[in-house]
Design a protein around this ligand. Structure first.
Ligand code: G3H
Ligand code: 13P
Ligand code: ZN
Length: 346
């Protein structure tokens, strides 16, 4: 089966009332782990690559790996999505490479750090929709800015600034209408990476989960019941994965991710795409550290990348089950970008 447009995966998820994990990839082991997990749980899935991942994987390798994934599991609907595209050019590059979906992150300017104005965001997102839809390609946009405790993508906003940049539900309605996008990434207080929360219990000093403005999701869903929302920064940063890293020589401070129950609440209220990257990085790192700690003489990469792949697969299986996509791979007949063109009216 060729890659399917992400829009179809989201539409079907909305019909079925479930969410779909969108997992970041950089290499073969990640793609294999995701596909094995999707196969085992019978899940449709979104595989996504950032601008950094495109550079790391040197484009053509990523495309060929995705072709291999589709060939190996022809019955699994898989969408290939550009994560945090920073310009029309980057989106075009991904579309030319065969991606079936792109994110134009117009909440930030091209440097990926400075917040754009609302007008700039509308304008650039519109441009990408105008480029992508005639080709049947799905577009995700973002309104509001994620927190930026750790960086990579993000404005590095302080806790107070994050509150100012949460998605405004009334503006979201205008944004969707003006841009014609397919999926809306919302800012509700999540951030990328392993360190999402500056909050500590004042009595015990223990880390607390980040405070999320879940009511924004509820309000947006009330206003636009058919809008597919996207939750970025949705790794749960499980304690056992951090403990494994630390047990075998790592040095990660106490931290807290997004509780699965909050993601599930989002899914009940219109979240259809759930972005997870960090949890797979943690799983891979812990598994490799364990091999090295227990067998310091080991130098056959299959002996540590293999366990790394297995550990990531377990994370994907757990998330696919928790988000509800498990069991839905064969619910529908996948369509192509060509079919999608007529849905968009070109
Ligand atoms: O959006 C953030 C993802 O975790 C991708 O991160 O830019 O390091 O590939 P990256
Ligand atoms: P995490 O860092 O929480 O995994 O978020 C990933 C993400 O949002 C990718 O766009
Ligand atoms: Zn993100």
């Amino acid at each position: 089966m060729p890659l399917v447009p992400m829009r179809q995966i989201l539409d079907e998820a909305a019909k079925g009332g479930y969410g779909v994990g969108a997992f970041n990839v950089n290499n073969m082991e990640q793609i294999q782990a995701i596909v094995e997990a999707a196969d085992e749980t019978n899940s449709p899935v979104i595989i996504q690559a950032s601008k950094g991942a495109l550079k790391y994987s040197k484009l053509i390798y990523l495309r060929k790996l995705m072709e291999a994934a589709c060939e190996e599991c022809p019955y699994i609907p898989i969408a290939m999505h550009l994560d945090h595209g920073n310009s029309v050019e980057t989106c075009k590059l991904a579309i030319d490479l065969g991606f079936t979906s792109v994110m134009m992150d117009g909440s930030l300017s091209e440097d990926g750090k400075t917040p754009n104005t609302y007008e700039q965001n509308v304008e650039i997102t519109r441009q990408v929709v105008a480029l992508a839809h005639p080709l049947g390609v799905t577009v995700e946009g973002e309104l509001g800015c994620l927190g930026g405790i750790e960086d990579g993508h993000g404005a590095g906003l302080s806790t107070e600034e994050v509150t100012e940049h949460l998605t405004d539900p009334a503006q979201a309605e205008d944004f969707v209408a003006q841009t014609g996008l397919d999926a809306l990434a919302v800012a509700i207080g999540t951030s990328h990476g392993a360190y999402k929360s500056g909050r500590k219990d004042p009595k015990t000093g223990e880390m607390l989960p980040p405070a999320l403005a879940m009511e924004r999701i509820h309000q947006i869903h009330e206003r636009m019941p058919n809008c597919h929302m996207v939750m970025h920064g949705s790794s749960s940063v499980p304690k056992e994965l951090v403990d494994t890293i630390n047990k075998y020589g790592g040095n990660m401070p106490d931290t807290y991710g997004i509780p699965i129950e909050q993601i599930q609440d989002g899914i009940k209220h219109g979240v259809r795409k759930v972005n997870v990257d960090t949890d797979s990085r943690l799983a891979m790192t812990g598994a490799i550290r364990k091999v090295f700690a227990e067998n310091p003489g080991e130098f056959d990469m299959r002996k540590y990348l293999g366990p790394g792949r297995d550990a990531m697969k377990q994370v994907y299986v757990d998330r696919m089950t928790a988000f509800g996509q498990a069991g839905h791979a064969r619910d529908y007949e996948p369509i192509t970008l060509e079919d999608m063109k007529s849905v968009y009216g070109s």
